[in-house]
Design a protein around this ligand. Structure first.
Ligand SMILES: Nc1nc2c(c(=O)[nH]1)N[C@H]1C(S)=C(S)[C@@H](COP(=O)(O)OP(=O)(O)OC[C@H]3O[C@@H](n4cnc5c(=O)[nH]c(N)nc54)[C@H](O)[C@@H]3O)O[C@H]1N2
Ligand SMILES: Nc1nc2c(c(=O)[nH]1)N[C@H]1C(S)=C(S)[C@@H](COP(=O)(O)OP(=O)(O)OC[C@H]3O[C@@H](n4cnc5c(=O)[nH]c(N)nc54)[C@H](O)[C@@H]3O)O[C@H]1N2
Ligand SMILES: [Mo]
Length: 755
């Protein structure tokens, strides 16, 4: 294929990490921070007294003695610590209409926001505005609504626990539970699915468990790009000889081979460590079939073992003491035939049996998973089938075993823990009411899809975004963009300009805030914030860099400013809490008992772990048991044509969600472009298409035109394209019925030669 490769496309033969990663960081530093870069920030990342890397939610090793190198963490930091600025001059030069034509990359690459801004409809430009005036305008617009539910309070998962807690307090004191949240587009299937299975919607493992696991399964996540520090952990497991079994439609380099940039020997000898011991290219959307196949194989082998006088392969003592529902599960699995399992998963029975064998031959198993499992029409059921598999051999709540969802944003899990949820429990609201003397609303609110739908339908009229870029992150920009433009009030609290800021409403305000890396000084002195990682570890984060501009406020200060203006008679001590974040933490502790001794415990390096009942086999379900859960069927929708193509949308190596750092996707061999679609060569041939052809991706009446077809190591029947460009192929209403997660990875499509 080498000779007819289209421009910017060639096979990548190296390992993940290695010299390429070091080179990429040097480039990022040069382009964002200039030649005289202050790179000290990179060294303070994830150190006990430094800041939490805004890159991902993978935990820090306990005893960080040396700098843990991470290419994409470094990119996230340099992107925030950039020397570039978008100041009032910039907005005088460029109208909103002009900026809207810029790419997502160009918008953020313009630099850090420096001043609060208001959209001036007469001139079509954003103009600077004083902080106080901004708050007054926002407060007035909020007060003008006939009901608090007209407002939508969005949170992206970078917000600290302190900011998120104040934010939910403000919204509830104002009178709504409308909390669309990035988690609704991400691990909501975990938050909804796992509590029914094991009583908690979080991962059950700690980092130490990886030292004791006998096998690791990696399903639907791409650590080389999205959780690069995890590769160090997987490398250790691989070197110990623990099998690492991968299920992913795409061949992902980081799951195949890794060269650790902190290992001089590996770097100098170019001796990469193999990661996956078995790589199974499951079809997009084929995971439930695969997981059911593994259970079917396990039940059969268990039966055979019993018949030959063995003790069986199920953990019968665990199942009897801790679970209910095994009979119904067994019946469902028995009713699911191998033919449908093979067809839906795209894997052979022999392959699935070998996965199952590795599973039962290992005493302690960890399963890691990401968006490949959750962003489906049946993401919740996917997660629950995975939990079933784990419960069958007691792989939850014992050392070296457990369920490990890879969270997305660095504090997305913490934000949910401290109250960002549209479906609050009565117990939580009672404690919140008591702690602040308010009467929080009881009516459940909107998640992300419901919020955008309410804006589209005109029932929601005001939006505040605490970080993020919702209009671009959400499916269906054809619906989301006009929805944002129809609002009466749109406020973005952010570090950089993005497209959601440019979808101007009647009153549009941009409030620039401090980033993680920057020093946060309030009336009582320098403040620290806290975050919770994927493994429920809570620890402090302190920025050290000089703020990007003198006038920036912290997120808590901005929230307090809005709260004061919208609720002038509020009895809550907003100023006091902002002056000293310890007081916010005291209130978090008052509302959430698991945060006992909060201020003391975050002062120990490394912080503390929040209670996760399932880790200790305490099941916080109504009957105190873990549950096997039946999902009849094998797939997205039973009527589906198994010969049709399904599109999944993925991240490149050079992006952070809607933040596009650059146009390369090194490990997939793509340079300088994003308009590519990955397809199996035989699927292309069957359509009369070839590698390098210009094609349109078609989903009903939605079209992503003018892409270049790339013949790729991807499962037959599966197609991949980049997010967010492909979001226009996905209808807003196309989501998981239980969790509301958009079906970003289950899009029925066809391909045709471009017009
Ligand atoms: N550098 C960087 N780091 C990030 C992010 C980023 O954008 N850039 N984003 C952060 C966020 S918010 C999140 S949620 C995480 C996301 O981290 P991931 O979960 O790794 O995210 P994705 O790129 O969406 O891809 C998931 C993987 O699933 C595979 N996949 C796609 N469809 C299927 C399927 O049907 N079944 C299976 N088994 N696999 C499938 C894809 O091939 C891909 O390898 O990363 C976080 N960290
Ligand atoms: N098709 C498709 N769509 C997807 C996905 C997918 O896999 N496929 N993934 C989904 C997932 S998992 C997620 S999490 C969402 C992501 O959705 P979001 O969280 O809404 O999006 P981000 O791109 O992470 O947000 C970037 C913006 O955050 C702001 N920002 C950065 N740092 C800070 C900070 O410290 N404070 C504040 N206040 N603002 C800051 C910057 O202005 C930047 O423009 O997208 C979802 N959309
Ligand atoms: Mo995410």
């Amino acid at each position: 294929m080498a000779n007819d490769d289209p421009q910017g496309v060639k096979t990548y033969a190296g390992p993940a990490g290695g010299w390429g990663a070091l080179k990429a960081v040097a480039q990022a530093v040069r382009s964002q921070m200039g030649a005289s870069a202050d790179t000290r920030a990179l060294l303070q990342m994830n150190q006990p007294d430094g800041f939490d890397c805004p890159g991902c939610a993978w935990p820090d090793p306990k005893h960080t003695s040396s700098f843990e190198f991470c290419e994409n963490g470094a990119k996230a930091v340099t992107w925030e610590a950039t020397a570039k600025r978008v100041d009032p001059d910039f907005f005088a030069r460029h109208s909103v209409a002009e900026l809207f034509d810029w790419s997502d990359h160009a918008l953020e690459d313009a630099g850090r926001l420096t001043h609060p801004l208001r959209f001036d409809a007469d001139s079509g430009h954003f103009v600077p505005i004083a902080w106080d005036e901004a708050f007054v305008r926002i407060g007035a617009a909020m007060q003008a609504f006939d009901h608090p539910d007209r407002m939508e309070f969005y949170t992206s998962g970078r917000a600290s626990n302190e900011a998120a807690f104040l934010y939910q307090l403000m919204a509830r004191a104002f009178g709504t539970n409308n909390f669309p949240d990035c988690s609704n587009m991400c691990h909501e299937a975990t938050s909804v699915g796992l509590p029914k299975s094991i009583g908690v919607g979080k991962g059950t493992v700690t980092l130490e468990d990886f030292d004791h696991a006998d096998a690791i399964f990696c399903i639907g996540h791409n650590p080389g790009t999205n959780h690069p520090r995890m590769l160090t952990t997987l490398r250790e497991c691989s070197r110990r000889g623990a099998p690492i079994v991968v299920a992913n439609p795409l061949r992902e380099r980081g799951l195949e081979r890794f060269e650790a940039p902190q290992d001089p020997l590996e770097m100098l000898t170019l001796g990469a460590t193999p990661i996956a011991t078995a790589y199974h290219q499951v079809k997009v959307g084929g995971d439930t079939a695969m997981l059911k196949g593994m259970m079917k194989a396990l039940f059969a082998a268990d039966r055979a073992d019993l018949d030959t006088g063995g003790d069986g392969l199920l953990d019968r003592a665990f199942i009897a003491a801790h679970t209910t529902g095994i009979e119904a599960l067994q019946a469902d699995i028995a009713a699911t035939g191998w033919d449908v399992i093979e067809r839906r998963s795209g894997l052979t029975r022999a392959e699935i049996e070998s996965m199952a064998r590795t599973y039962w031959q290992s005493e302690r198993v960890i399963v890691c998973y990401g968006m490949g499992l959750t962003q489906h029409r049946h993401g919740t059921e996917n997660v629950q089938q995975l939990a079933n598999l784990m419960l069958l051999r007691g792989n939850v709540g014992k050392p070296g075993a457990g369920i490990c969802p890879l969270r997305g944003h660095s504090n997305v899990q913490g934000d949910r823990t401290v109250g960002i949820t549209e479906i609050p429990t009565e117990a939580f609201l009672e404690r919140l009411d008591r702690a602040f003397g308010i009467a929080a609303p009881r009516k459940h609110g909107h998640d992300a899809v419901a919020a955008v739908a309410a804006m589209r339908d005109g029932s929601a009229k005001g939006f505040i975004g605490l970080g993020g870029n919702l209009a671009v992150a959400m499916s269906d920009p054809q619906a989301a963009f006009p929805a944002f433009r129809s609002l009466d009030l749109s406020v973005q609290i952010c570090t950089k300009l993005n497209r959601t800021c440019l979808l101007t409403a009647r009153e549009s305000i941009i409030l620039p805030c401090l980033g993680r890396t920057e020093q946060d000084v309030q009336a009582t002195g320098v403040q620290a914030v806290t975050v919770e990682d994927s493994m429920s570890m809570v620890h402090a984060s302190r920025g050290r860099l000089k703020p990007a501009a003198p006038g920036l406020l912290s997120e808590p200060a901005i929230i307090a400013g809005i709260a004061r203006a919208a609720m002038p008679h509020s009895a809550i001590d907003w100023e006091g809490m902002v002056a000293n974040y310890d007081l916010i933490r005291d209130k978090i502790e008052a509302v959430f008992p698991d945060f006992f001794d909060f201020n003391a415990r975050i002062r120990t390096p490394g912080g503390f772990r929040l209670r996760v009942g399932a880790t200790n086999r305490e099941w916080d379900t109504p009957d105190g048991k873990a549950h096997f859960i039946v999902f009849p069927g094998t797939d997205e929708d039973e009527g589906r044509d198994d010969t049709a193509l399904t599109l999944t949308t993925i991240r490149s190596h050079d992006q952070y969600n809607t933040t596009i750092y650059g146009l390369n996707d090194r490990y997939r061999g793509i340079t300088g472009r994003r308009d590519v679609v990955f397809v199996h060569a035989e699927d292309l041939a069957a359509l009369g298409l070839a590698h390098g052809d210009r094609i349109d991706v078609v989903a009903g009446d939605r079209v992503l035109p003018g892409q270049t077809a790339v013949a790729y190591g991807i499962a037959r029947g599966s197609v991949a394209a980049y997010y967010p460009e492909a979001n226009r192929l996905i209808a807003l209403d196309d989501h998981d019925g239980r969790s509301g997660t958009p079906a970003y990875k289950s899009v029925a499509i066809t391909l045709r030669a471009a017009a």
